[in-house]
Design a binder for this molecule. Structure first.
Ligand code: NAD
Length: 331
């Protein structure tokens, strides 16, 4: 298939673009590079496959879709920092929802058949503790989650009205790196636990903050469901191959197993052979205690089974990437 990947110079997009290209798809990346890396696009699909452009620039996007004769779009491009979305909600609504609406207008004009969208478990808000399935209440608690849910609604309406096949994949916590060490996670600022824990090991004078030691969990720290980025990439390939015209579906991508912050710290210490310097900090408002996927639609709808998502594989691949690229793509 001829696939355009928005946000393909970012973390999950670059891994997915590589997997698509490895399977013989004709991949073009469309990215503003506002938060991604030219080097990630290059390492993922080689030279000449990146169009530097903003989703809000519809002329440029139309042109890219037309010239590439795109059949399907995988739509990662968004801003994804919860704290920033609270202080700058306008930026998030404009970029994430406005960007998705731009893409939908262009997709309609260029008769794109299928779209796969990066959604998030943040659409569920602060659930009461039970494992999350797709039928759970949708109640985001920050502008980031709201913009993802609003984008899902816009995509669903367009699927119904214009016959596109749309899949929204609601990821839990993406983590890990490409097993060959050429692609990995490089956010600035970094807000994710595993790269922060590895940085605390790798750099002097860094310390990992643990937000709350008094949660009602067995060891008092928050629990999250970590999914290897290669498993996420595989789910996108499956979503494309099972997409049906005129239908919208939302599918959770989690492993069903939670790991606490303490368990992650212990695994990082084991894999790196070094202690993780850390300190307690107060709970952050809006941080749910536990976010773990239940048995949802990913198995029956996509035939997806995570294969790389043991905590040990996640931390080991992320550590290999960190050792080879201590300063990320900027090195
Ligand atoms: N990382 C996670 O754990 C996680 C979890 C759930 C959902 N998601 C979602 O997955 C997607 C990818 O996440 P990521 O961690 O790879 O993010 P990332 O920041 O690494 O990548 C996003 C990419 O989108 C590009 N971009 C942003 N706005 C754009 C615009 N208007 N036009 C063109 N390009 C634009 C950025 O330059 C960047 O390269 C995001 O939509 C995010 O909300 C991520």
């Amino acid at each position: 298939m001829r696939v355009l990947v928005t946000g393909g110079a970012g973390y999950i997009g670059s891994h997915t673009a590589r997997v698509l290209a490895d399977r013989g798809h004709d991949v073009l990346i469309y990215d503003s590079l506002a938060r991604g890396h030219r080097a990630a696009a290059l390492a993922s699909v080689g030279s000449g496959r990146l169009i530097e452009g903003d989703l809000l620039d519809e002329d440029r996007l139309d042109q890219a879709l037309l010239a590439h004769r795109t059949e399907a779009v995988i739509h990662f491009a968004a801003y994804a920092l919860v704290g920033e979305s609270v202080t700058q909600p306008g930026l998030y609504w404009r970029n994430n929802v406005g960007g998705t609406l731009s893409l939908l207008r262009c997709a309609k004009r260029q008769k794109i058949g299928h779209i796969v969208f990066s959604s998030t478990c943040a659409v569920y808000g602060e659930p009461s503790g039970s494992d999350l399935v797709e039928s759970c209440q949708l109640a985001p608690v920050n502008p980031y989650g709201e913009t993802k849910l609003a984008s899902e609604w816009a995509l669903a309406a367009h699927a119904r009205a214009h016959g596109m096949g749309v899949t929204a994949l609601r990821y839990f916590n993406a983590a890990g790196a490409h097993p060959d060490g050429s692609l990995g996670e490089d956010h600035d600022p970094e807000s994710h636990l595993i790269p922060l824990a590895l940085d605390a090991v790798a750099f002097p004078n860094r310390q990992l903050k643990i937000f709350g030691l008094d949660w009602p969990t067995p060891d008092g720290t928050c629990i999250r469901d970590y999914v290897h980025v290669m498993d996420l990439a595989e789910a996108h390939v499956l979503a494309l191959s099972t997409s049906k015209p005129g239908t919208f579906r939302a599918i959770n991508l989690g492993t069903g197993t939670g790991a606490s912050v303490r368990e992650v710290i212990d695994m990082v210490a084991r894999v790196t052979g070094k202690p993780v310097p850390h300190a307690a900090a107060p709970r952050r408002p809006g941080d749910p205690c536990r976010l773990v996927a239940g048995a949802g639609l990913a198995g029956p709808e996509l035939g997806w089974q995570p294969k790389h998502s043991s905590l040990e594989t996640i931390v080991s691949t992320a550590w290999e990437w960190r050792k080879k690229h201590p300063h990320g793509y900027r090195a």
